[in-house]
Design a protein around this ligand. Structure first.
Ligand SMILES: Cc1cc2nc3c(=O)[nH]c(=O)nc-3n(C[C@H](O)[C@H](O)[C@H](O)COP(=O)(O)O)c2cc1C
Length: 255
């Protein structure tokens, strides 16, 4: 399923209503430097209660035998519920010394091969993936009290596919990909803006090709976990693990 369009903001979806009401109340400020005080604790439990209204259960009999179908069903639920940025996911990678790093990226599509995102191949994540092609993804959809974890092996998308996607991006994003040496130290904002001006002049005809160091990755899952928040922290968790015969083993995990 291709994932497109801007991230959604709070919508009028019925599943989000409790949280919209909550958001419109006078704001209380958390003070992270103090131990949780009474008001913060009340605020927290109030939020949980509101989320609980949209909590549902996840039973073994609800699960699709195929985790891709299960992901698709939950992704469609997230779209229908107008959750904020349903396509935003945490991507965790690790260096060859096993030092982990994580950051957000946007899901740009999923199919039988896996889950696709685009980036600079020379960024920190790109360098780590070149030396250690294992990665993990996490989606968290607060409005539905759902989390999905995916772990798998990462490969680069075929170049033509990245080219097609790159050509569909707005001009500013395409120029930005040429101007930014992602994850490198830069002296100032001015240097970046100067690079953008230079790139704009270089591609004055608006024909901006895919940079050689930019493109897509696909995470081919070997494991999925679907987590449904339940009251009293007695959440439902189901893990799918890919078996040598290419079937998926489904197991319930303790919350
Ligand atoms: C919601 C969100 C979505 C993002 N999507 C992407 C993305 O799709 N690709 C990307 O390269 N960076 C994306 N970023 C920026 C990354 O989080 C990160 O700063 C950048 O990729 C450099 O990461 P690295 O130094 O670990 O390689 C996104 C950031 C946020 C907050």
């Amino acid at each position: 399923m291709p994932v497109s369009g801007p991230p959604r903001v709070w919508g009028a979806g019925s599943l989000g209503k409790g949280l919209i009401a909550h958001a419109s109340r006078p704001r209380r400020v958390y003070r992270w430097d103090l131990p949780p005080a009474e008001p913060a604790a009340r605020l927290r439990s109030g939020r949980v209660d509101e989320v609980a209204r949209v909590m549902t259960e996840l039973r073994r009999s609800d699960l699709a035998p195929d985790p891709f179908a299960q992901f698709d069903a939950w992704y469609r639920d997230a779209l229908a519920a107008h959750v904020v940025a349903p396509d935003a996911m945490t991507l965790a990678t690790a260096s060859k010394e096993c030092l982990p790093s994580a950051r957000m990226v946007l899901l740009k599509g999923y199919d039988r091969r896996g889950f696709v995102f685009y980036t600079n191949y020379e960024s920190q994540k790109g360098r780590e993936l070149a030396e250690n092609p294992h990665a993990a993804l996490v989606f968290y959809w607060a409005e539905l009290h759902r989390q999905i974890r995916i772990a798998g092996r990462v490969t680069m998308l075929p170049r033509e596919e990245s080219e097609r996607y790159f050509a569909s991006r707005p001009l500013g994003s395409r120029l930005g990909a040429w101007a930014s040496h992602q994850s490198e130290v830069i002296a100032s904002r001015q240097v970046l803006e100067e690079r953008v001006r230079a790139v704009r002049a270089r591609f004055a005809d608006g024909n901006v090709p895919l940079p050689p160091y930019w493109g897509g990755y696909v995470v081919a899952p070997v494991e999925f976990e679907f987590w449904q928040g339940r009251p009293d922290r007695l959440h439902d968790r189901f893990r799918y693990t890919l078996q040598p015969d290419h079937t998926w083993l489904i197991q319930r995990l303790s919350p």
